[in-house]
Design a protein around this ligand. Structure first.
Ligand code: HEM
Length: 337
């Protein structure tokens, strides 16, 4: 699909959502719909959707070992099989778990990303390419921190670790309200991930609205969140009344919450409802990926496809028993006279 169309469709979709929430709350006063009904529906869709996807994946048959490996498999005792090999070609569940932890927490395979470059003449060089890894780490960790900090809206009293995160995240303490760096780093990281798709020709070629839409959504979330905290100053006490009402299943919609909050909440709701049906489900999928969650023990265990069709064998001996006389008549050699 043409890049201009993909970008425009994705941007307009997010912009359209902002307009819908604005008109719905500011024009039509549908605070209940945007503050209670839609968030509940979104959470229900999120959980049902994720469970559905995970069950679908779990039901997929995986008859063979297909882990992706980058090192020597465990083999004869005199062939080196050290810690590096154990991690990259895990022979048992313990090393699979170790590899998975590094993958999920440190994005290890992305860290080892390389870029092919042509040197002078026919020379080919593989250069380390760490920017994507850095952008991805910054994006995912700041997203996590922002989400954890949001727990203060849903808990009373708030858990001790939220206070610690707030203190570390806002350690500059130069402005009022305290500036949380994670929100801004998140915005910068998403912008980088978006620009990478737009500016790099190869990425542009393989990018679809399904790639741009989530990025614009997250940019929309960050922009409305930042606007609400630092510029338009929403009424946090009333907002907390609403959010505590939602989690305790006694929903209330206090007066005087500004429209920007409902826009933020509507984007969050659509984001969560969309999550299970999009590429964002890789969050759950990584654990169910047979290229990652299987050990490589193909030299130790013989894996037989459990639903192989039974094959009717006709051995040479049986064949010879059947045709011995005819074979002898034709002058063919036989094993048994
Ligand atoms: C994917 C989920 C969400 C993301 C990525 C997100 C992102 C953000 C960001 C970046 C900010 C700017 C300030 C900061 O860094 O904390 C913010 C502020 C805010 N968000 Fe969210 N948000 C999300 C979900 C929610 C939800 C579910 C609610 C409430 C129901 C909410 C309510 C607020 C409020 C009230 C503020 C203003 C905070 C303040 O003034 O201290 N957000 N959000």
């Amino acid at each position: 699909m043409n890049i201009i169309i993909s970008l425009t469709v994705s941007f307009l979709a997010v912009f359209g959502l902002v307009v819908i929430a604005f008109v719905g709350v500011w024009g039509a006063h549908l605070e209940w719909l945007f503050g209670v009904v839609i968030p509940y529906l979104a959470v229900i869709t999120f959980f049902i959707g994720i469970v559905y996807r995970v069950v679908q994946w779990a039901k997929c048959p995986v008859p063979f070992r297909i882990p992706s490996t980058c090192a020597q498999q465990k083999s004869l005792p005199w062939i080196k099989y050290g810690y590096a090999e154990k991690l990259d070609n895990p022979v048992n569940t313990f090393w699979v778990v170790c590899r998975m932890i590094l993958e999920v927490l440190c994005f290890r395979s992305l860290f080892r990303n390389t870029r092919l470059e042509f040197g002078s003449g026919q020379e080919i060089k593989y250069k380390s390419a760490k920017w994507l890894w850095l952008g991805a780490i910054a994006f995912h960790y700041t997203f996590l921190i922002v989400l954890l900090r949001h727990l203060r809206f849903f808990t009373e009293p708030m858990p001790f670790f939220v206070k610690i995160i707030e203190n570390v995240d806002g350690f500059f303490q130069m402005f009022l309200p305290t500036v949380y760096q994670s929100g801004f780093i998140l915005g910068a990281a998403v912008t980088y991930l978006l620009l990478r798709r737009i500016l790099d020709g190869k990425m542009r070629y393989i990018s679809l609205p399904a790639d741009y839409f989530p990025l614009f959504m997250i940019l929309g979330l960050v922009t409305t969140g930042v606007l609400m905290r630092y510029v338009l100053k929403a009424d946090i006490v009333s907002i907390k009344e609403l959010t505590l009402g939602l989690v305790s299943f006694k929903p209330v919609v206090p007066e005087g919450i500004s429209v920007i909050f409902y826009i933020h909440l509507f984007l969050v709701s659509v984001f969560f409802a969309y999550f299970p049906f999009s590429k964002l489900t890789h969050m759950a999928g990584v654990f169910l990926s047979p290229t990652r969650n299987l050990s490589n023990n193909t030299r130790i265990v013989r894996h037989i496809n459990p639903w192989n069709n039974p094959v009717k064998f006709h051995t040479y001996q049986a064949y010879e028993d059947e045709f011995r006389e005819k074979m002898k008549d034709a002058g063919l050699p036989v094993d048994k006279e």
